[in-house]
Design a protein around this ligand. Sequence first.
Ligand SMILES: Cc1cc2nc3c(=O)[nH]c(=O)nc-3n(C[C@H](O)[C@H](O)[C@H](O)COP(=O)(O)OP(=O)(O)OC[C@H]3O[C@@H](n4cnc5c(N)ncnc54)[C@H](O)[C@@H]3O)c2cc1C
Length: 468
Amino acid sequence: MDLDEVVTELEKVVGERYISNRPEEQFLYHYDFVTAEPEGKCDIAIIPGSSEEVQEIVKIANRYKIPVVPWVSGINFGSIATPRKGGIVVDLRRLNRVLEVNEDDMYAVVEGGITWADLRGYLNKYHPDFRPGVTWSPPGTGVIPSCLCYGMFDLGMLGGTGAEFINGLEVVLGSGELIRVGSCSLSNYWYGRQPLPDLAGLFIGWEGTTGIVTKASIKIWPKLPFRTDFLISGKEMRIGVPVMLKLAKAGLGICDICILNVGWAQSLQGFDEKYAILDPIKQNIPDFVGLITTQAYTEKQHKAQCEAIQEICKEGNLEKSTGGQTPIQFWGCWNFSRGGGGQWIGSYCSTRDIIKYYEISRKICLKYNKPHQFYSRILFGGHYCVARTNINFNKNDPEEIKTARKLLKEIHDAVQQLDGVVMYKPPTWAIRTYKDKMIPTTRQLIEKIKQLLDPNQILNPGQGIGDE
Ligand SMILES: Cc1cc2nc3c(=O)[nH]c(=O)nc-3n(C[C@H](O)[C@H](O)[C@H](O)COP(=O)(O)OP(=O)(O)OC[C@H]3O[C@@H](n4cnc5c(N)ncnc54)[C@H](O)[C@@H]3O)c2cc1C
């Protein structure tokens, strides 16, 4: 294939300014700057300005059978936006507008490349009584990829995963057709996916391999006047976790519950491995930290909720450390400076297995002499949860990268002994495990759907569960 010919064709769609095959731009898109995954290769970077332009790009890519990778900030931790087979990286960040806010049905219709900073900034300015969920990811990361990839926010107890915040989508399929799913497929309202066949699932959990979302309706929530964030500490996970699960079922205006260990919590002001406590339990340092957020409409209601939360914690032998408003961006546990990298084994699992997940991953981290950073978030009123271990490493040190990969793989394989532990944003090596485990007929259905939506297999090839 003559790449210059492809560039000439694409240039007609977006204009010279928004396309490049120069090495300096290729470099920006060829890898995930935080992970230890092998690097990829970007041949052409392009920045479309409308859904129609995205559609034209995909049509051209189909003619040349060249890969197309949707991209917003490329720091998802699984390296799932890394172009594995070269081709065109479609940087969606010009599609960053809020198109509509419906305060009655509480949603915002946004473009496919909008970042959290864009969305929150817009709502603060024009709809100050409403807010989106807030992730712990940097503000410049994408809203749509977070929702499509089962990310999670500080409203997870109310709304579930990011996927459940999606009301409807406009998507350019791998075939180049543009479709809409949800109420927006037959009306001007984007209020939800009910009661039509729920086609949003064709794009959720597929890592951009079935379509490029150009518009989406995302649920927003009212800002309630009273809010308290409790930081609660306890001696060990096996004491703290049951209390958090009890709270999850108690109502009490709780919109977020996070379970952290001291390895995570100690580094909230910025992680420095030199000073990290390696084995808190051995040093008799309390290892459980719970973060509980409650909110209310009236002061009286709020006071009652806070008292009940404290009562339940006291009964469970947990101590309240702080009650107030904590910083919402909790990513100090990573150190990205001077070669700093990070990756995780992040999984959905049953709430029954949080402690077991923690214990297995703690043991393996200790074996490798690496600080264990553990996090679990209880979602959707306690119906399920995320559990994960973060590992920091120096990207400039090949030996450290090798160790990090080995350690993460070991945790992944070891937690597979727990039933139903499945990684979100899975790196390519984890996908194989799930394909092998899955009921064959389900796997075949996934492959058929992928074939239908992306007949030339051009969308983000080499990634996702539908890849051959
Ligand atoms: C320090 C740190 C903390 C984080 N904490 C959180 C957290 O608390 N919660 C959370 O949810 N995430 C978190 N993340 C992960 C990640 O940054 C977010 O999920 C983020 O929103 C993903 O955006 P991105 O711009 O990095 O996506 P990208 O890496 O650009 O894309 C991710 C995937 O989605 C696909 N994709 C991108 N855009 C589209 C589109 N429009 N249509 C179809 N497919 C598309 C890509 O091809 C890729 O497969 C964190 C990341 C970091 C670095």
